[in-house]
Design a protein around this ligand. Structure first.
Ligand code: PLP
Length: 406
């Protein structure tokens, strides 16, 4: 069992006040806070080991290389990848998806299809629109039901022999919907298509094993899972990554260069041109150690518990509309609107009470269009959030309703 009161002690930022009130941070789907173990790992890296990797034989460089490479191994273990070669470090989820979409923009042809869902974050939508534009391929969208769940029947109907890639979010950052990636992968593979899962909102919150998930690619960001900003992950099956074109070119991604041309380095370095984010990798290792200590099953059930409690208490507020599927099929995210009140107004009044939530389109404008709104308010929870904080949030929301719904 995870005890958020114990966990909180590791997060210095949670001790600060905002607008004279105790900070209640419910914007974890945007980015999570960092425990001192992660902050210390980054600071220790610069204090004691700072050097460049893969280049020199001196002691500091060997230490930096060990820190950097072992972070790939730890990440591979965390998601059940077979080898460190299958884990590329990028800048963030967005860059990870762009690496794959960039490859596809070069190999797709007119008549080919890219299949997305109607609930994608712009990061798993715009790169594919661009790939389609460059290649002449067509983008199709699997529909979502009124409940905010994917219409698997529709997805099944539109995956055809023309489909080359299915790119789907594992957990929606707006609705919280947990998509059945394994089932989707089976449908896609049956027709010869590859599958990319956007794990930005799943890897931080639940046990994720790429073999069980059956996806060919998985993208996620360290900063949403207690780790640092500036570090993302692209998992790909080794044989596939081997066949992908590099995205960036330069130092470290080559094995040999002449005036006429270059040979690419082995995986995963082929995709990691230039000096990488070593301090970020040190922070990522510490974040994974931290999550492993808590246990991902406990992280998941804590998220479920807090979400269920918040959903129940939200029922006390009149004029509220909550979006997304039933609790049993969603992650630690609640999107809602107070009838007639703009989400920005909700967020700013809550901010004056020390409560941080996100209001807006959540980088999912097409989904907002489907919901018939310009934006929503979103509360998203993580390992350090408590029921007591939910109570503060609800009281603050009642104030908003009192002021705005008069
Ligand atoms: C589902 C989903 N995909 C992709 C992203 C993009 O992540 P990043 O900004 O770290 O690249 C996010 C960020 O909120 C997200 O929620």
């Amino acid at each position: 069992m995870l005890s958020p009161d114990v966990v909180r002690k590791d997060f210095p930022i949670l001790g600060r006040k905002v607008n004279g009130k105790r900070l209640v941070y419910f914007d974890n789907a945007s980015t999570s806070h960092k425990p001192r173990q992660v902050i210390d790992a980054i600071s220790d890296y610069y204090r004691f080991h700072n050097s460049n990797v893969h280049r020199a034989v001196h002691t500091l460089s060997a230490e930096a290389t060990e820190i950097y490479d072992s972070s790939h191994e730890k990440t591979a273990d965390f998601i059940g990848a077979e080898r460190l070669e299958e884990v590329v470090f990028t800048k963030n989820t967005t860059e990870s998806i762009n690496i794959v979409a960039n490859h596809f923009s070069g190999v797709l042809k007119k008549g080919d299809e890219i299949l997305l869902t109607q609930m994608e974050h712009h990061s798993n939508l715009v790169p594919w629109l661009n790939a389609a534009k460059l290649s002449g391929a067509r983008v199709r969208y699997a529909k979502i039901e009124k409940t905010g769940e994917l219409d698997i029947g529709h997805l099944n109907d539109i995956v055809t022999k023309k489909t080359r890639i299915v790119a789907v979010t594992h957990v929606s950052n707006v609705l919280g919907t947990i998509n059945p990636v394994k089932e989707i992968a089976d449908i896609a593979h049956d027709k010869g298509a590859l599958v990319l899962a956007d794990g930005a909102q799943s890897v931080p919150h639940m046990p994720v094993n790429v073999r069980k998930l059956g996806c060919d690619f998985l993208a996620f960001s360290a900063h949403k899972m207690l780790g640092p900003t500036g570090l993302g992950v692209l998992y790909g099956r080794a044989a596939l990554l081997d066949s992908l074109k590099p995205f960036n070119f330069g130092g470290d991604m080559i094995s040999e260069v002449t005036f006429e041309g270059a040979k690419w380095n082995e995986l995963p370095w082929k995709f990691e041109a230039g000096t990488p984010n070593m301090a970020g990798a040190a922070g990522m290792s510490a974040a994974i150690d931290y999550l492993n200590r808590l246990g991902m099953d406990s992280v998941f059930s804590h998220g479920k518990g807090i979400t269920a409690y918040a959903a129940k208490r939200l029922e006390e507020i009149g004029g509220i509309e909550v979006y997304g599927p039933p609790l049993s099929r969603k992650g630690a995210v609640i999107s809602f609107n107070l009838r007639g009140v703009h989400p920005h107004d909700v967020s700013s009044i809550l901010d004056s009470e020390g409560v941080a939530i996100r209001g807006g389109h959540h980088c999912a404008m097409p989904l907002m269009g489907l919901l018939g709104v310009s934006g929503t308010s979103r509360a998203s929870f993580y390992v350090y959030n408590t029921k007591g904080e939910v109570d503060i949030f609800i009281e603050a929301l009642k104030k908003v309703a009192g002021v705005m719904l008069k």
